[in-house]
Design a protein around this ligand. Structure first.
Ligand code: COI
Length: 332
């Protein structure tokens, strides 16, 4: 059996080598290029393709894989919003993902960013490098005094809830699928509007589906408390970036931590050499604000998560090739 792995970073190589050593019957080819319409030709002759969610996996790519007889496309991450499932199905290519490589990685990062916003660390860093070591006027707010609204209570949302509660925050949540344990505790509000109305902090943990595209927009920001803090470690498309900028300008939104951005492809995880050369005016606008933290989709990026992403995706690819089955197959 032959598996080609696209977009392999140096930090993934040791885990891949370890997997290869434990799976001697599998012929693994490691490529640093991302899977796209050009590099897809490298997959000719391979049963399985393992890739990372960076570019769209379009009908053109999937039709080409179909002609190569590819049996499975395994993503080394959770989100599958970049895959054209109609084309995958028509080509009999199964798609697998890694549903839970480390929910804690994302939850821990989200709360870290919230704490930075609440304790004004970006402001103090700027003041300190300019020799200003005064306290005022940057007095902080304590998390234990706040209500955090968690939007979506899948694995990541639930891991975040645990941490928020550890800090003593009041947590409310909204999800169309209620978790039975959390439901018993009475954590859920009935509507997103109720969550917006009651929360001091909104923590987004929903996937990118059509229904929640730009769910945070001018209209929904208007329903929130003045000075609300927005945390988005989930998907850029959940937030209308122009509306967020307007809400930051007006003070409606008091702070934001964004680990994702709707136009992040080609911008995040790229070295532009200097701030001036970042080719995205909105990201620069956000980065320049003291009450906004922008990070380049790094919430997932821990040793625990990367190892799990590699092993789980490789296992899933191997299993689908040899048996046609894996509990990581995504039905769509
Ligand atoms: C995911 O697993 O879907 C993520 O958001 C991580 C990412 C860098 C692809």
């Amino acid at each position: 059996m032959k598996i080609i792995v696209y977009g392999v970073r140096d930090d993934e190589k040791p885990f891949l080598k370890e997997w290869e050593a434990q799976n001697e019957s599998v012929d693994v080819q490691i490529e640093s290029v991302l899977l796209d319409a050009d590099s897809v030709k490298l997959a000719n002759g391979f049963d399985g393709v393992v890739a990372f969610q960076q570019k769209p996996y379009t009908a053109e790519i999937l039709d080409q894989l179909g002609t190569f007889g590819t049996k499975v496309l395994s993503l080394r991450n959770v989100g599958v919003d970049n895959v054209d499932f109609t084309a995958a199905n028509r080509n009999h290519i199964k798609v697998t993902n890694v549903p839970a490589y480390s929910p804690q990685a994302i939850a821990e990062f989200t709360v870290t960013q919230l704490m930075q916003l609440l304790r004004n660390t970006k402001v103090f860093n700027h003041k300190i490098v300019n020799g200003d070591l005064r306290w005022a006027p940057n007095i902080a707010t304590e998390l234990n005094q706040l209500t955090v609204g968690v939007f979506a209570t899948g694995r990541i949302g639930r891991a975040a809830i645990q941490i928020y509660r550890g800090f003593g925050a009041k947590v409310i949540a909204y999800d169309i699928f209620k978790n039975p344990e959390l439901d018993k505790e009475g954590i859920y509000v009935d509507t997103p509007e109720e969550l917006y109305r009651q929360s001091d902090v909104i923590s987004l943990h929903a996937p990118a589906v059509k229904e929640n595209e730009h769910m945070l927009n001018d209209n929904t920001f208007a329903q929130m408390k003045d000075g609300v803090i927005i945390l988005n470690p989930a998907r850029g498309t959940l937030v209308d970036t122009d509306a967020l900028i307007r809400a930051l300008d007006s003070g409606k939104v008091g702070g934001a931590a964004l680990d994702v951005y709707e136009d992040e492809v080609g911008v995040f995880n790229t070295d532009f050499g200097s701030f001036d050369k970042i080719p995205d005016a909105r990201i620069k606008n956000l980065l320049e604000r003291d009450n906004v933290l922008v990070t380049p989709h790094i919430a997932f990026y821990t040793k625990t998560a990367v190892k799990s992403m590699v092993n789980t995706s490789m296992d899933a690819s191997r299993d689908v090739i040899s048996t046609g089955e894996s509990d990581k197959i995504v039905k769509n």
